[in-house]
Design a protein around this ligand. Structure first.
Ligand code: ADP
Length: 393
């Protein structure tokens, strides 16, 4: 059974086609610069990578090319072979607590929640409609990144601000990366062969978030009303004192939007180092003795440790700490620095086992009070699994 997993951004469309019999990817790829000059698409198929320059005026054009290519390359012989399409949706507001089948009402809700995710939700809706046109009979499912965090209790998802803001405008914590954190929880359950694990899941990519998971349910997460909150990130500041915003607005004569742009796109690793948002460049800078890179990494590690320590206390008992996403999976240096700062909790890293990249591995010592793992995330597979489960129901 073949299931397509789709992740659409404002100008991009990533896809993976899975054979769900063995959960293997048959073909994957990305369409970039949709609606902007200089469109391209890249396909990864049977070990080859094909990159084509092709103007992409809309998501509908990208979807059309994608389906044509699947037939041209003989990945499928007809469109009916795709038995389901799953779409990643960044924001499901406080209405969606799990993945659901696409209906007109669901599409309307996705558009309605665009206020919370203005770059993503409109693109998701456009992309779903484009697929519906070419595959009108194929069942489609939406998988919300916020859904996993809907089990957080009110005393943790509310901000201590005027209560009317919540009543009138739904100001509250929504979280992000839920599909990834859920995948980590499911993978650890399967690999460790244990139910009801208590986990601290650290998704450390360009964006980053940390989630406290009790008995498979999320009980708190570091991202907030938007994916701006929480730990320091590639270009985002993470948590800061909000008074900085009006202060800099006045000092620099900037608008609130301009300051938000600085906090979203010019902060984090990039802002502190003045060099790059990419952790690999920061690591190179550290090796060359660049003081600002050393400072940026120290601040990054501190922000992660702060959340792990907080969630350790919240959970009371922790079975596993998991590192995932670009940095979490590939940077032994960052993992080592984080775990060494948790020594007072009896958590210990095995430096030899930690020398691993992109593979599932236990990296804590046998006498560590908490087991520490590297768990490669796979949001696309999670989307395909949800799609299959919902279609089969
Ligand atoms: P996102 O999906 O949020 O864009 P990723 O999960 O791809 O982000 O993570 C991007 C980050 O991961 C970058 O900071 C990058 O430097 C880091 N990263 C990716 N691959 C590696 C690697 N092989 N070694 C070290 N860091 C890596």
């Amino acid at each position: 059974m073949k299931i397509m997993s789709i992740n659409a951004g404002s100008s991009s469309l990533k896809f993976s086609l899975f054979d769900m019999n063995d959960e293997k990817v048959l073909i994957s790829g990305v369409f970039e610069r949709i609606g902007i000059d200089g469109g391209t698409y890249t396909l990864k198929y049977k070990g080859d990578k094909i990159k084509v320059e092709h103007e992409l005026d809309s998501h509908a054009t990208a979807v059309k090319i994608l389906l044509e290519k699947l037939i041209d390359l003989h990945v499928i012989s007809n469109l009916e072979e795709i038995e389901g399409v799953g779409h990643r949706i960044v924001h499901g507001g406080d209405k969606y607590t799990k993945s659901v089948m696409v209906t007109d009402e669901v599409i309307e809700d996705i558009i309605r929640f665009s206020d919370y995710a203005p770059l993503h939700n409109p693109a998701h809706a456009i992309c779903i409609k484009a697929f519906r046109e070419v595959l009108p009979k194929t069942p489609m499912v939406v998988v919300f990144d916020t859904a996993y965090h809907q089990t957080i209790e009110k005393s943790r998802f509310l901000y201590p601000v005027p209560y009317e803001w919540y009543e009138k405008y739904h100001i509250r914590k929504y979280g992000a990366h839920g599909t990834s954190h859920r995948f980590i929880a499911e993978t650890l359950k399967e690999k460790l062969g244990k139910e009801d694990l208590d986990i601290i899941s650290c998704h450390l990519g360009n964006g980053g978030s940390i989630t406290a998971i009790k008995d498979e349910k999320c009980i708190d997460t570091s991202m907030g009303f938007t994916p701006h909150a929480g730990i320091m990130m590639g270009t985002r500041s993470g948590d800061i004192d909000v008074s900085i915003v009006p202060y800099i607005m006045e000092k620099e004569g900037k608008s609130a939007n301009e300051i938000m742009n600085d906090l979203n796109k010019k902060s984090g690793f990039l802002g502190v180092s003045g060099l790059s948002s990419d952790s690999r460049d920061i690591e190179d800078g550290i090796k060359e003795g660049n003081e600002r890179c050393i400072l940026a990494e120290e601040m990054y590690v501190n922000s992660i440790v702060k959340y792990i320590a907080q969630y350790y206390v919240l959970l009371g008992h922790v079975d596993a700490i998991a590192f995932t996403a670009g940095i979490g999976e590939n940077s032994p240096e960052t993992r080592q620095k984080v775990i060494e700062k948790l020594a007072c909790l009896g958590i210990k890293i095995d430096l030899e086992k930690n020398n691993v990249r992109g593979k599932f591995a236990k990296i804590s010592t046998d006498d560590s009070t908490v087991e520490v793992y590297v768990v490669p995330t796979d949001e696309e597979l999670m989307i395909a699994r949800d799609t299959l489960n919902i279609i089969n129901r």
